[in-house]
Design a protein around this ligand. Sequence first.
Ligand code: HEM
Length: 401
Amino acid sequence: MEDLTRRRALSIGAVLGLTAVTSAPQAWSWSSKGSLAGTDAVADPFQVWDPVADDVAARLLAEGSIDSVNKAWRAWNRNSDALPAGLPGYLTDYLRDVNKLPSWADPALLAASEKLYKRLNSYLFVSESLGSGILSTVIPREARAVYWSAGGANMKERAAKTFTFGYDLHSPTTWQPQGFFVVSANKTRLVHSVVRNLLVTSKRFMETSDQPKPISNGDILITFHSVATVAYKNMKKWGIKVSEQEEAADLHAWQVALHLLGVQRQFIPASWEEALKQADQMLWPVVAPTAEGINLAKTLIGYIEDATLGLTSGFVNEMVRYLIGDKYADWLGLPRDWVMRGLIKVAWPVYVRFREGLSPVAPEALHLFDQFIRGVAMMFLNNGTSPTQTLITLPGANRPG
Ligand code: HEM
């Protein structure tokens, strides 16, 4: 892909008939009264990064320690695993501080989230892979960061690593000693810190960047909404029964996840109501096509088609359209398949009701949807944490070229 300048990104918008293509969020006005901190102040999460972790990452890069850290932490996977030997002392000190649940974590709610995710994980995987995975490609800052970082050159592997996070979060043992999530989240936080240090040295990335460095607290929250808030809304839309206590458990699991990713309490929504308000302010106004996002979406969809073996590209494209809506799908140039569209629109809700035991009527396409769900689950499982190693590694450089 040549010449990905801001002008080019803008011209793609112009070709698509869009008036403004910008990733700059509007002036921030969400009060932290609605946050876990509960303080009534308006602080801008797009001006907050992760200074302690970012300094650790800068030192690792400067000392050329990335490869040795990746090697040393290969065997560090479970929540109960001791910190690995062979890390630089300052990294061990940092991890000792952060590799634990916050004092405000509620064990009962976390245990309830494990039960909920066990029941719903196949729907969540559908929402998060074909839905949020592709949605992320129309979030300009995220699409550009992913494209220009090392992982952008191998989206198959990168998607696999990202699924590790979802799989570990939605596991029946997420928070238990034998679970993997706390470690996966801490590895991810440090990956983001390394990326913050690396991308500012990428000429191609900085040409279209509108921030001093990427992945602010605000940007992480945008991604949270594109995954968790969208899934929350999908469960409702699909008629899946989730009790109030289960909704609270789902939100709490994400609150702890956001904390582990370095988001400050003053920005973490305290209720779904506040989360929805935040998403309206920070996610939906910034979505836009970019050359990088269009490129990433193509690769990702190819990967999903591959993984769900036997499903036609017409079905996968229309399932994406069903999940993210035609406007964004048109930006990404997804082809249409009218037959599949009609089928999914009518039969998916019938399928979910049937599988949830809410209706005795099986849809005609029962087998197709079963196969689809199995394919998506396999994609997560194959990429999920194996008992011996997580896939998440620190990048040592930007995308070549
Ligand atoms: C890496 C998850 C937010 C950009 C990763 C990885 C995971 C992950 C699991 C490690 C696997 C990998 O290397 O691909 C998340 C979650 C987020 C979030 C759960 C928020 C809830 C963001 C945001 C951006 C971003 C907001 C950019 C604006 C990146 C980049 C990488 C990365 C560039 C490195 C890819 C590479 O290896 O080159 N993220 N992320 N992430 N993430 Fe995120």
